[in-house]
Design a binder for this molecule. Structure first.
Ligand SMILES: [Fe+2]
Length: 412
């Protein structure tokens, strides 16, 4: 059994159903895309949709079939390099910045490979169901779900670079509004149990469960809205160094940042936000999204001094966020399903953290430097993929993900 995988995987029958559902959802996501849409790479951080579809298939071929299938053979040995993301233990990798240049294999060939691997994983699961095999397939399902969200954020970024402002979905993929008026709620202070301990799948970085000490604090009952962000802009906060971390100030000067990503005035000067639903007038009641850690941090500092009732604002720690989420129903307070929420916590290993054994050990642990933790989930997160203990993480300047914020403050 792999190290640090205490939770038993579901039965082969349950896994099979989850496996097929997740595979189908990936191909459903490209139904509204052309072959050309699936090919392009808009920047180094983003990947072509075709690459995502191929890479999640590569994961099953290398992690599941290679060690467990009798008479294993690669569908095409070259794919092992083309679609390896960052696993040094597997071997060479095609450069990340050049994924968009992979015009071969074609999308049709990638889909054919997907079918082949699906059939072989299905057969394997039907004839052998060792706990370790089932656990790896469960990891494959969760891995594919992560890439489903990335596929959407990467298409969003790609389409934002197109003056036609293509519409990916006519409805259903944008962020639901924040409805409530703002108020502070007392947070859970003292020693709190943080991290995953129970049954059920979780990534290695969510454990082990341990005690964290929360000082007395309060948390916002909802996410920060576009209306509040507009005040931040109109007050000249993007032009005032006093709200910004030094690295953030340098970043916004270099990148000429003056608003969240996807805000624009391309529609006859009207303030709009481009989303997967197309370009539309900015919805002031929606949570602000696609902001960097630097922007979230600056907003909290600005709000503390400029918004009535927001004195003392700062970002929450991930331990404050988790204790708060544990104490409230999942559907309340914009915790899940709208935007990921930046925390002030560095993405560090928890005390006693051990990466998984083997190749999967490269999944999370080696990224634990120079990144901040985000909690919750977004409107693009696949159903069933969010968790109270889930730790998403990105560098301080990343903003092509669905990232927003909730405020916290010391005391009550
Ligand atoms: Fe991956």
């Amino acid at each position: 059994m792999l190290n640090n995988t205490p939770s038993p995987a579901p039965s082969a029958e349950v896994l099979l159903e989850q496996f097929h559902r997740s595979r189908k959802y990936s191909t459903d996501l490209i139904l509204n895309l052309s072959t050309e849409d699936c090919q392009a790479q808009s920047m180094e951080d983003a990947s072509p949709a075709k690459w995502h579809l191929a890479h999640v298939t590569w994961f099953y071929e290398v992690m599941v079939l290679k060690p467990f299938e009798k008479d294993f053979h690669f569908w095409n040995p070259a794919y092992a390099v083309l679609f390896n993301s960052y696993y040094n233990g597997v071997g060479d990798k095609h450069p990340r910045s050049k994924r968009g240049l992979l015009t071969r294999p074609s999308l049709a060939e990638v889909l054919e490979w997907r079918s082949n691997i699906e059939g072989r994983v299905t057969a394997l699961l039907q004839e052998a169901c060792a706990p370790e095999l089932r656990w790896l397939i469960q990891l494959g399902i969760n891995h594919e779900q992560q890439h489903q969200e990335l596929l959407l954020t990467d298409i969003h970024h790609l389409f934002s670079n197109n003056g036609l402002f293509p519409i990916y979905a006519a409805h259903g993929q944008d962020t639901p509004p924040v409805k409530q008026s703002f108020q502070w709620l007392e947070g859970i202070s003292g020693l709190v149990q943080t991290g995953h301990a129970g049954d059920g799948f979780h990534f290695d970085n969510e454990g082990p469960q341990h005690s964290a000490l929360n000082q007395t604090h309060s948390l916002g009952n909802r996410l920060v809205s576009n209306a509040e962000w507009l005040q931040f802009i109109e007050d000249g906060a993007y032009q005032n160094f006093q709200w910004w971390l030094d690295a953030g100030w340098a970043w916004l000067q270099t990148e000429k940042i003056v608003a969240p990503l996807y805000w624009n005035t391309e529609n006859q000067g009207q303030l709009c936000r481009f989303s997967l639903n197309g370009n539309a007038p900015l919805d002031l009641s929606a949570p602000v999204s696609n902001i960097s850690y630097f922007e979230a941090d600056a907003f909290a500092r600005w709000a503390s001094q400029n918004l009535a009732g927001y004195a003392g604002s700062r970002l929450p720690t991930e331990f404050e966020w988790e204790a708060f989420a544990q104490a409230h129903p999942e559907s309340s307070h914009d915790l899940f399903g709208k935007v990921w929420q930046w925390t002030s916590s560095n993405y560090n290993p928890y005390p006693g953290y051990q990466p998984w054994d083997g190749i999967a050990g490269e999944y999370n642990g080696k990224f634990m430097v120079n990144q901040m933790v985000l909690r919750g989930s977004s409107a693009y997160t696949p159903v069933g993929h969010s968790r109270l203990t889930y730790r998403n993480f990105f560098p301080t300047n990343a903003r092509w993900q669905m990232t927003g914020l909730r405020l916290a403050k010391d005391g009550v």
